[in-house]
Ligand binder design. Structure first.
Ligand code: F6P
Length: 331
């Protein structure tokens, strides 16, 4: 059993990270290990921004979004010299094990530390839900609920003005947020990177819906989607899609880009439970001297996976949800 275990958060923050930090600290104490906190991810690790935590250090944070440990990018950690400095800093503080809360980029960094002899365990936390070997990552449920709240409001104004609304949601390379929020909000069209889709097809669906008596439409598009038929090197697709719809259907169209509000807010019950369960298992693995593992929840069962294996897997999109949404919105 390692005497000291440190925890850091890395990559984009996600609601529920604080609930995971709280559990890591308290579970470590439960297993008679000393919890240490590292601030600003790998950047702070290299700089020695760390301190011992007590149970009281994590009081009153279970309901808070963001991460009390902060998050940062580190170019230096991408270099072998930077990683050597990180390991030296951990050794200087007698820290033998590290728990990394974050997404796939953070886990790649964790694997490098594993190779250098530090025991590492990863806890998946990203609103994008693009990590394999877990049904959900921490933060996804809260983010989707934030989108639903926004789309409910957009629906009010869309119906009042008989307009098409194109709503862009996060998901740099993945459509999980768009898919879940699209199905749960009753969107007419969902555009995601994983399923080819042309803007002409989007317009056809809108026109068809109009013929069915629909007076307004909601189109949800993932920021990483690249629908066929819209040109250009744009940051996200929503503006181009909105322009195309307006020009090719004649319907009054508005675009809303939800942006970083999706990353904030108080975590939902699901994210708090997921964070607590995953983080507890991560500490158990550390206590058992395991390394190079990622914890995940599959079919409600918490388990762990070889981190290397998990990173090599593609996270599948739920096509059943996609088809269901298509059926329900075409009537
Ligand atoms: O956390 C993941 C994510 O939300 C992506 O969907 C998005 O593209 C990205 O983070 C934006 O992150 P930032 O603006 O902080 O670089």
């Amino acid at each position: 059993m390692p005497r000291r275990v440190a925890v850091l958060t890395s990559g984009g923050d996600a609601p529920g990270m604080n609930a995971a930090i709280r559990t890591v600290v308290r579970a470590a104490i439960h297993y008679n290990m000393e919890p240490w906190a590292i601030y600003r991810g790998y950047h702070g690790l290299i700089r020695g921004e760390m301190e011992p935590f007590t149970s009281r250090s994590v009081s009153g944070i279970i309901q808070r979004g963001g991460t009390i440990l902060k998050s940062a990018r580190s170019d230096k950690f991408m270099t072998p010299e930077g990683r050597d400095e990180a390991v030296a800093m951990l050794k200087k503080h007698d820290i033998e094990a590290l728990i990394v809360i974050g997404g796939d980029g953070s886990f790649k960094g964790a694997l490098e530390l594993d190779k250098l002899g530090i025991n590492v365990v990863g806890i998946p936390a990203t609103i994008d839900n693009d990590i394999a070997c877990t049904d959900y990552s921490i933060g996804f449920d809260t983010a989707v609920n934030t989108v639903l709240d926004a789309v409910n409001k957009i629906r009010d104004t869309a119906s009042s003005h008989d307009r098409v609304y194109v709503v862009e949601v996060m998901g740099r390379h993945s459509g999980h947020i768009a898919l879940y929020s699209g199905l749960a909000s009753g969107a007419d069209v969902i555009i995601i990177p994983e399923v080819p889709c042309s803007v002409k097809h989007v317009c056809d669906r809108i026109k068809h819906a109009n013929q069915q008596g629909k007076t307004y439409n909601i189109v949800i598009v993932a920021e990483g989607a690249k629908p066929e038929g819209v040109e250009g090197n744009f940051e996200g697709p929503a503006m181009a899609v909105g322009k195309y719809i307006k020009e090719h259907t004649g319907f009054e169209t508005r675009v809303t880009i939800l942006g970083h509000i999706q990353r904030g807010g108080t975590p939902t019950m699901r994210d708090r439970l997921l964070a607590s369960r995953l983080a507890y298992h991560a500490v158990e693995l550390v206590y058992q001297g395991k390394s190079g593992r990622m914890v995940g929840e599959v079919d409600h069962v918490v388990q762990s996976w070889d981190l290397h294996y998990a990173l090599a897997q593609e996270k599948d999109i739920n096509l059943e949800y996609y088809h269901l949404s298509n059926i329900l919105s075409s009537l």
